[in-house]
Write a new protein. Structure first.
Length: 138
């Protein structure tokens, strides 16, 4: 799986209003209004599969994507890495490893080919990252 970065596009100089969009179709994944950003819960983008927000306890799924179909690939890869996980802990494993380049680049799944990271903050200061799983290639 590929890992790519995406960024916000702001419509004002103060960076109070803008969006982060799908790199293929341009539909918004995150909208920023008056400085507050939120993942779009009903996006028209057919490429988005899931989103993992910072400090989240769950993975938000889109476009009929089902974590149950994703779990066997995660379990197999986790076991190769020496991790012992079961179906109930796979979602927690994904959340805890959402920034692991080694994990994501080793993962293959027909419904998700790219992990996109949206980072906000300063490199030397506080920052957070929002992760999106997507199927960008046909």
């Amino acid at each position: 799986m590929k890992i790519e970065s995406i960024d916000y596009w702001f419509s004002d100089e103060e960076e109070e209003n803008g969006e982060a969009t799908c790199p293929v179709c341009g539909e918004p994944w995150v909208l920023v209004k008056n400085g507050d950003g939120a993942v779009v819960s009903r996006t028209a983008c057919p490429h988005l599969r899931f989103a993992i927000e910072p400090e989240s306890d769950s993975i938000e799924c889109f476009n009929g994507f089902d974590l149950e179909d994703f779990i066997p690939a995660i379990e197999a890869l986790a076991r190769e890495c020496g991790e012992e996980i079961t179906g109930e802990t796979v979602e927690r494993f994904i959340i805890e490893n959402r920034s692991s380049e080694e994990f994501w680049t080793s993962l293959e799944h027909p419904q998700v080919d790219t992990l996109l990271e949206l980072t906000q903050g300063m490199p030397c200061g506080p920052s957070y990252a929002l992760h999106f799983g997507a199927k960008l290639e046909s």
